[in-house]
Design a protein around this ligand. Sequence first.
Ligand code: ADP
Ligand code: MG
Length: 393
Amino acid sequence: MSLKTIRDISLKDKRILVRVDFNVPVDEQGRVTDDARIRATLPTIRYILDQGAKAILMSHLGRPKGKVVEKLRMNDVARRLGELLGKEVQKADDCIGPEVEQAVSRLRPGDVLLLENLRFHPEEEANDREFARKLASLGDVYVNDAFGTAHRAHASTAGVAEFLPAYAGFLMEKEVKALGGILSDPGRPFIAVLGGAKVADKIGVLKNLVEKVNGFLLGGGMANTFLRAEGYSLGDSLVDEEHVEFAGEFLDGVRRRGIEVELPVDLVIARDGDEAATKVVSPREVPEGWRALDIGPKTVERFTLILGNARTVFWNGPLGLFEKDAFARGSEAIARALTRPGIVSVVGGGDTLAVLEKFGLADKVTHASTGGGASLEFLEGRELPGVAVLEKE
Ligand code: ADP
Ligand code: MG
């Protein structure tokens, strides 16, 4: 898959309408509490400005559900962006309409205007054609850098491309290259490490990756469901009863194909409601009233040995209840194994990125995807509407 990018056209003096992902965490006063997503798109914005173009930025923030919600205004995002860029960022109080049009007409090359939260209008998520046309009228060229929203067919992520020439920003390009690369041409062995809480969220990824990988390492709450399918009762551990049958069939299918699949051989368990006293046991030995909350040391050893020989690794889903230090060792060990020189490591998922952050490893992996849901849908092999409109013919 190859995308048209902002390097492919002349931007000079043009109005560049850029869909960014500024859906950042904000506090009760609407103040930005984590600016990682703003920083991730700075290379694209700086490039547009350096080319002598006018940047008109648009994003959603939170879930205002089609109405104006004061604390979800983009004011503090504009302030923070201004600090990061080291220049004034103008802010409009709506994303369409006469006042916005006037603000756009006053822009000079090198100026930045941030539009108001797109989702104050219900037409955004409905991908309303007329709304998309109004947004498109603000620019000469459309750039999409919002990989995190690319799995949604909304007016600003897909609809506008009907009215304007569409190009990928650098973040979008980087995401699609990294995720597309491991699906189309991974160095081998290619190992997928999957964990997290629920099997249901990962079924699509498991099914698509069967066609691609040489091995699966399963851990976290999700692995409990697979262990149950193997006949272990697991006490009071989180087990997704509805998917035990799927898990059993999946294991059979994978093994029949000769693909390696590893489940935990030991578990860190704790008594329900008393997480201070922990024990390490085999999957056979989890008593009633106890829960498996991390992979054990033998499992860590096996998993890291396999990762030591891998050339490509995709990781989604923590291997334990990593929010508590007592159950973060498995996730930490996997994260560290992914930083080995020579390995291509791609990590996706909001909580999985939080593991990397917790141990200061976010910039030590090959690619930490900014798109939680989008990266998973991409790895399910699905076409993302926001990416499809950027593809080269
Ligand atoms: P991501 O956001 O990276 O896709 P998920 O949302 O699927 O990841 O899963 C993350 C959650 O899974 C974390 O909150 C973590 O505490 C939880 N989790 C992992 N292992 C276990 C376990 N053994 N028991 C309970 N919760 C777990
Ligand atoms: Mg999550």
